[in-house]
Design a protein around this ligand. Structure first.
Ligand code: X2X
Length: 361
């Protein structure tokens, strides 16, 4: 069952990219014949490329279900880019890890097989260590702090490091959200409940380190394997924002949702630098403008979803459990989590984070 489900999901054509696909060849031929045959047309019209013949056909890969706002906003941005570039730049959205797991897709992005990719900074940290810094447990009190930091100095510091590794991060980060812990076996109410808990974490040293600090037994699994890992009980729980628990249908294979808000996570919109630099300067400006705008729109969508998802996920069978986040935070502190990661990130990055969120000591 798990494999069939995973297979079907992987094989599904992205409904969201239908608007992006090129015209059928026959249509192209007819149009071309028509233009070539229309001798009365002014020369400039004959020389102009037909609007549907994209000069740059780029792929945008992501790991989310096509119902997640990130996919909808990116698809809308791709449509605007196509219009604003008279069809020169066509970006096709591939949701649902259709082009591979996050780990695979990061390699494809670096090689240029994929031109655009949204990736959590924490997973990107396998290449750019400081990109994990926003994932420090309980760092951001609220979204005002998140965006002041990520649109400000902390985001600039991370983007500069990403650039050093040959990738380009668009200015505006997309929201993934505040993460909550789900479980199929027992409700997580206190830090002690996490001891020995078999939990899936994304592939990232910070995630593994954090749940090790809680005394859990974390397993690194890419998101495209999470549903079946939960269903087959390879792990008992996982942690993700409400929007993903809903759009990824994780409520089908989990019973409890503990509201911990233990970490804020966002997606960098990453580009293969050669692909981006191949675009005419004006087209590149359009692409960056539209996808940055889409990020701002998506941030609002995720916040709006948070207001309604508690009720709808309860209807879908998840039992919500409230927790005392201060107790979880102090468990991390006692385990030495903050001092360890301060050492790893270094004083400059850590001070930049603390300038935005206050002292974490
Ligand atoms: O893998 C996850 O859990 C997800 C979807 O939240 C990320 O991309 C980090």
């Amino acid at each position: 069952m798990a494999n069939i489900e995973a297979h079907n999901r992987g094989a599904k054509r992205p409904a969201s990219s239908e608007g992006n696909t090129s015209m059928p060849a026959t249509t192209m031929l007819n149009r071309r014949t028509l233009i070539a045959g229309a001798t009365a047309l002014p020369l400039v019209a004959i020389n102009r490329r037909p609007a549907h013949a994209a000069e740059f056909s780029y792929k945008f890969a992501n790991n989310l279900a096509s119902t997640h706002p990130l996919v909808a906003r990116a698809t809308a941005a791709a449509t605007r880019v196509k219009e604003a570039t008279s069809g020169r730049v066509e970006i096709t959205v591939f949701p649902n890890s259709q082009l591979g797991s996050d780990t695979d897709t990061l390699s494809q992005l670096r090689s240029g097989a994929v031109e655009f990719f949204t990736l959590s900074g924490l997973i990107l940290s396998t290449l750019v260590p400081v990109a994990a810094i926003n994932g420090i447990g309980f760092a951001f009190k609220d979204y005002d702090q998140v965006w002041a930091a990520m649109d400000g100095k902390l985001g600039a510091l991370v983007r500069a490091e990403i650039a050093k590794r040959g990738l380009y991060a668009f200015e505006k980060q997309w929201d993934n959200g505040y993460r909550q812990i789900t479980s199929s076996t027992k409700p997580i109410r206190t830090p002690d409940d996490l001891k020995g808990f078999k939990i899936r974490v994304p592939v990232s040293p910070l995630w593994t380190g954090m749940f090790t600090a809680f005394g859990s037994s974390p397993t690194s699994i890419n998101f495209n394997e999470v549903y079946s890992a939960l269903q087959t009980k390879i792990v008992d729980g996982q942690e993700n924002p409400l929007a993903i628990i809903d759009t990824g249908k994780l409520y089908e294979v989990q019973k409890y949702l503990s509201v911990t808000n233990h970490m804020w996570d966002g997606f960098w919109f990453l580009a293969n630098r050669r692909a981006l630099e191949a675009l005419p300067a004006a087209d590149r400006i359009v692409v960056e403008r539209e996808f940055n705008q889409a990020a701002l729109d998506e941030r609002k969508d995720v916040v709006a979803l948070n207001d309604t998802l508690r009720a709808s996920l309860t209807t879908k069978g998840l039992e919500f459990v409230s927790t005392d986040p201060a107790a979880f935070r102090s468990a991390l502190k006692i385990a030495g989590f903050y001092s360890e990661w301060r050492g790893k990130f270094g004083a400059e990055a850590w001070n930049t984070l603390e300038a935005a969120v206050g002292s974490l000591a």
